[in-house]
Unconditional design. Structure first.
Length: 216
């Protein structure tokens, strides 16, 4: 098994190629992409190397997975699941990299991670919109849209698309009324009002682990 893992890791390292040089035969099918992602995310809690090194390795290769999905124009439940897992990776990294943000190199990683998190979320939302036209309600949509709102809690967010108020206008009413979105909007309101007592009290009683990451 160790040899197999080493071979897979070596193969993953060779995947950092530009789309300009990528051939049709280089593009991995969804089942391979999903297995690759599972392997990569299994490395997230590794203690063999500093987190910034592990993050950099996973960061490049999850971006390559997204690249393959885009080139194949795959928008289905499997692709959405992969995007959601990649978003979770960037959210976890957002918290951990924040601890190193005082150092210039790590600050750059922190910003790049935030930038990719935003891009992943916006791409995921486009996939939700496309899938909803044929399937109706998407299982985790409210949860992941709430993360986008929580990213506005004091973070320096890269400029992506419309302002938050205009973004709310485009969200389906059922999503706006969901428990996850109501919580996110309540936390954002308390934060902007400076009512930190209510903010932390609400966070402690109502936020999931991933949502709690944003209060750091």
């Amino acid at each position: 098994m160790e040899i197999l893992a080493e071979l897979l890791q070596a193969w993953l390292l060779r995947r950092t190629m530009s789309t300009l040089h990528m051939q049709t035969s280089d593009i991995r099918p969804p089942s391979v992409l999903q297995n690759t992602l599972k392997y990569l995310l299994g490395l997230l809690e590794s203690t063999s190397h500093p987190f910034d090194v592990v993050h950099d390795f996973i960061f490049d290769r999850t971006r390559s997975i997204r690249q393959d999905l885009t080139m194949q124009q795959i928008i289905n439940e499997q692709a959405i699941d992969m995007y959601e897992e990649i978003v979770k990776f960037h959210i976890t990294s957002h918290c951990k990299l924040a601890r190193y943000s005082g150092k210039s190199d790590e600050s750059s990683l922190y910003y790049l991670n935030m930038e990719q998190l935003m891009k992943c979320l916006l791409s995921l939302f486009d996939m939700y919109d496309t899938a909803r036209r044929s399937k109706g309600v998407i299982k985790n949509e409210a949860e992941f849209r709430s993360y986008y709102v929580l990213l506005h809690l004091g973070c320096k967010i890269p400029t992506m698309g419309n302002s938050l108020s205009l973004w709310f206008c485009r969200i389906p009413f059922s999503i706006l009324q969901s428990e996850e979105m109501c919580l996110a909007r309540t936390l954002l309101r308390y934060y902007r009002m400076g009512d930190y007592k209510q903010f932390f009290s609400t966070t402690a009683t109502g936020a999931s682990h991933l949502q709690s990451v944003h209060k750091h």
